[in-house]
Design a protein. Structure first.
Length: 146
């Protein structure tokens, strides 16, 4: 397997094109196209530039086609269907933080709902309908008026 074929797989996976790779890695214009046509190969300098910029590419995979496309710093999670997906360590940490935050917010919400229920219960007790024999203090605050 040629290096350019491996790079094409990576580019397809990442959704990037020749122009983006050429500019970001500082490669010669047309180098990738020539490599595809077999007119030239990606030399050590070009490969180093690519690996330097796209640090998630597994060097062994790019050069030999063996192993995983992405670096081992990627976290692998298995699902019951035995399907595997790869998530970067940085993305996984963000997901974990958001899950923890969501759990805390759920606890707070449950506590607030309980408080609301207690307040409603208290209000119902206080606002018991009063009969006609209600006594209240006059505006002056000193005498009770019937």
């Amino acid at each position: 397997m040629r290096i350019i074929d491996q790079l094409d797989k990576y580019m397809s996976f990442k959704g990037i094109n020749d122009n983006q790779v050429t500019k970001k890695c500082g490669l010669s214009v047309g180098l990738l196209g020539k490599a595809r046509k077999g007119e030239s190969d990606l030399g050590k300098k070009a490969v180093d530039k690519i690996l330097n910029f796209y640090q998630d590419i597994n060097r062994t995979w790019l050069l030999t086609g063996e192993g995983n496309m992405l670096q081992d710093c990627m976290i692998k999670k298995e699902f019951p269907s035995t399907e595997k997906i790869e998530v970067s360590a940085e993305a996984w940490n963000v997901i974990k933080q958001q899950a923890e935050s969501l759990a805390k917010q759920s606890e707070i919400l449950a506590s607030k709902e309980k408080q609301v229920e207690e307040l409603i219960s208290l209000l119902k007790k206080v606002n018991v309908p009063m009969d006609g024999n209600v006594k209240c203090a006059a505006v002056s605050g000193s005498d009770l008026v019937e």
